[in-house]
Design a protein around this ligand. Structure first.
Ligand code: UDP
Length: 436
């Protein structure tokens, strides 16, 4: 178990200082800032912990690195712990993740008992977490609830789409989930039957002040990327179709490449000379990433218009800038809890071609912020790619709507606000009558 005093945490977050909520005033307005301060006013000095499985990589870490400093800035004592596991543990929890999302994969009773449960137990051997509210994120540390090393209200936060979870894995997790005081899902439709405790619905969010998500002009984006263009020999004047995600079977990068290859056969498109840039990283809790990267690279072959990149330098700065200068962002996962990358691209004003699954449907409003497609329908993906690449005005209109849609629904301040409402509710502190 690593805590926020550990060397591992400091390696990533030496700069994570409390953040003043007033900094968000220009983006969300004074009324919203005052409301958040008021919610926090009766939570002064309360302790709020998060437990997850990695300090870096993936959407959960991305959100926690903003939620924790904002909560501390609001006068709440917010801590972040990450469990420690070996390669085998992460390989099993990755399989859990896949099986929960509907893939047909195998695990043994030894995997569950000797590795999954044992790792959960080991992490708490010398650790006791005492907090007014602790949020445990995703299946990896879910079973830690039974080891009696938590004190205070406990919430399990599920970030993945469990609606089609395999019965066996769901029945295995249920007793643990029901040991919590409640659980949070990103969407009501993700909740499978059997949960006996209160369930709350809270959507994920992005931090508009982070290096990645700060709003930038196109010129700033191009200038920031100058070293990137030269390192990868990319001509920035060519229209960019962009995809960003972990290399993972559900992210469906293979279909993006196949669609792009088909798109390039179109006569009008050939004149535009678009390029496809796929950027991905590997998380410590995702052992399949490298293998998937090799596979995707192989599918792209030697095509000179396709760039498949792994763990790019200046990750946050370059990804934010790429999302700004890209003409289209494509995210056609076959399963997706939420898809923060979609939020990030929309926030940079770039229309998204997204698959009509999970949380993408909350973000891509067909014909308003982008287009929804079936993740396996190459023809419709190609049609929308062509439509957007050849319609500047349409891109502008969708891009404008995209920014406003994110501002209204998916900024980190909204997420913090909902967590504070939940905290006041479960601690019985002058509960304000908002709906979560
Ligand atoms: N990400 C990144 N660099 C990469 C690939 C992904 O920083 O090369 C970030 C991405 O910007 C987003 C997060 O990782 O903030 C992925 O979150 P998402 O919800 O899209 O997917 P998850 O990985 O949680 O399934």
């Amino acid at each position: 178990m690593y805590d926020d005093q550990s060397e591992k945490y400091k390696k990533h977050y030496s700069e994570l200082k409390p953040v003043d909520i007033d900094k968000y005033m220009l983006i969300i307005g004074a009324k919203e800032v005052e409301e958040i301060k008021w919610l926090a006013s009766l939570l002064q000095g309360k302790t709020w912990c998060h437990v997850n499985s990695t300090f870096e990589g993936g959407g959960v870490a991305e959100m926690l690195k903003s939620v924790v400093p904002i909560a501390n800035g609001l006068g709440i004592n917010c801590r972040w712990y990450s469990i420690e596991g070996n390669e085998n543990f992460y390989s099993i929890t990755k399989r859990f993740h896949n099986i929960i999302q509907g893939l047909d994969q195998h695990f043994t009773i030894e995997d569950l008992l000797d590795t999954y449960l044992e790792t959960n137990k080991k992490n708490f051997l010398n650790k006791r977490i005492v907090a007014d509210m602790t949020i445990v994120h995703d299946p990896q540390p879910c079973a830690s609830i039974v080891h009696g090393n938590y004190e205070g209200k406990m919430i399990w936060r599920c970030h993945i789409d469990t609606s089609e979870a395999n019965e066996m894995i769901w029945n295995f997790l249920l007793p643990y989930i029901n040991n919590y005081d409640g659980s949070i899902f990103s969407q009501r439709s993700f909740v499978k039957p059997g949960i006996k405790k209160p369930v709350y619905q809270i959507a994920p969010a992005i931090d508009p002040l982070s290096i990645k998500n700060k709003q930038r002009s196109e010129k700033e984006g191009y200038d920031t990327l100058a070293p990137f263009w030269s390192k990868y020999h990319i001509d920035p004047d060519r229209p960019i179709v962009l995809a960003v995600s972990r290399y993972d079977v559900h992210k469906n990068q293979e279909t993006i490449i196949k669609s792009f290859l088909k798109l390039k056969k179109d006569k009008t498109i050939r004149k535009l000379k678009p390029i496809l840039i796929i950027v991905g990283n590997s998380a410590t809790d995702d052992p399949e990433g490298m293998e998937m990267y090799r596979k995707i690279k192989e599918i792209a072959g030697n095509d000179k218009d396709i760039y498949t990149l792994l763990n790019i330098e200046n990750n946050d700065e370059y990804i934010g800038a790429l999302m700004k200068v890209a003409k289209i962002f494509v995210h056609i996962s076959t399963k997706e809890g939420f898809g923060l990358v979609v939020t990030e691209a929309l926030w940079q004003g770039t229309p998204v071609i997204g698959s009509s699954v999970g949380g993408i449907r909350l973000q891509v409003i067909n014909g308003k912020t982008g287009y929804l497609v079936n993740p396996n329908n190459i023809n419709s993906i190609v049609t929308f790619m062509k439509h957007l690449l050849t319609n500047h005005d349409e891109r502008e209109k969708l891009g404008y709507n995209a920014v406003e849609h994110v501002r209204d629904n998916f900024l980190i301040t909204t997420l913090v606000k909902k967590y504070l409402i939940l905290m006041r509710f479960i601690l019985g502190i002058d509960f304000p009558y908002f709906t979560i």
